[in-house]
Ligand binder design. Structure first.
Ligand SMILES: Cc1cc2nc3c(=O)[nH]c(=O)nc-3n(C[C@H](O)[C@H](O)[C@H](O)COP(=O)(O)OP(=O)(O)OC[C@H]3O[C@@H](n4cnc5c(N)ncnc54)[C@H](O)[C@@H]3O)c2cc1C
Length: 240
């Protein structure tokens, strides 16, 4: 795909700056949106490219050759796209998915300071309050959190784990602390505090108490684009 190569060429010109300053180049992300490469496997009805994981892997590999941080940001964004593609209601796809494929960066917020591998052990609480839920707790190592605006967040509700679409501009009480990682720099990695963050029950992705299904169904296939990204890193190393 020519569009992928063109984007990767532009990214490689700015890769060193992104890495040294740990700062995403938002113009490059806009270019990716313009080229419809921020919704590769989302349906065209929702602003996506209508392709699949193979094309997403091609994108991840080419971007991996150009910039680790940029590639990582785009691959994690696609996890949010994929979660909405698989579990979003028609209304949620029209709203959230369309925004993710055309202009807003998303992420998956699962990991907490106590650990990430054991998703079932997460502690961020979501308590019902009328038609809303009130979220309290902390996530960490969240890619895209600095400049992204839609966080697919896993929280503990009365009947299990639930996935919520948290919109940064509506969520008062979010505290984003940028991290200084040694790798994947510029990918907007941050720790995210939730202090009485109000989220509407309309923002539940899938069913209440069925968030593990959302997490596992999203994480499993999306490990492959991460591998493709790693392949891109290795290819670039061999070139140097
Ligand atoms: C650059 C970067 C970006 C990230 N972006 C995101 C993001 O956007 N969203 C998000 O939610 N998370 C993100 N993460 C977090 C990542 O998903 C976690 O690091 C990962 O889930 C592992 O969690 P942990 O680091 O807390 O390690 P732990 O869960 O504490 O595990 C530590 C080690 O123990 C091993 N281990 C754990 N449990 C077991 C077990 N039962 N049996 C055997 N071995 C075990 C693990 O394999 C690992 O080697 C990111 C991490 C990094 C480094």
């Amino acid at each position: 795909m020519e569009e992928i190569r063109e984007l990767a060429d532009e990214v490689s010109k700015k890769a060193s700056k992104i890495d040294s300053e740990n700062e995403m180049d938002l113009e490059l992300l806009n270019l990716a949106f313009q080229k419809k490469l921020m919704g590769v496997n989302a349906d065209e009805t929702y602003g996506g490219l209508g392709k699949g994981y193979v094309e997403l892997c091609m994108l991840a590999e080419e971007l991996g050759k150009a910039s680790g941080g940029f590639a990582h940001s785009v691959v994690v964004h696609h996890m949010a796209v994929d979660a909405l593609r698989m579990f979003g209601s028609e209304e949620q796809k029209e709203n959230f998915l369309k925004r993710l494929t055309t202009k807003e960066v998303g992420t998956l917020a699962i990991t907490e300071p106590k650990g990430g591998s054991d998703v079932a052990a997460l502690e961020l609480k979501a308590e019902k309050d009328g038609d809303n839920f009130i979220l309290n707790g902390r996530k960490t190592l969240i890619t895209n959190a600095v400049f992204g605006s839609m966080f697919i967040t896993l929280a503990k509700t009365e009947n299990g784990i639930t996935a919520f679409v948290v919109e940064k501009d509506k969520a008062k009480g979010l505290e984003i602390k940028k991290l200084e990682p040694s790798g994947m720099r510029g990918s907007g990695l941050a720790s995210v505090g939730f202090k009485d963050v109000e989220v509407s029950e309309d923002n539940i992705l899938g069913k209440e108490g069925k968030g593990m299904k959302v997490a596992l169904a999203t994480l499993s296939p999306n490990r492959i684009p991460f591998v493709a990204m790693g392949l891109g890193f290795a290819e670039r190393c061999l070139e140097l």
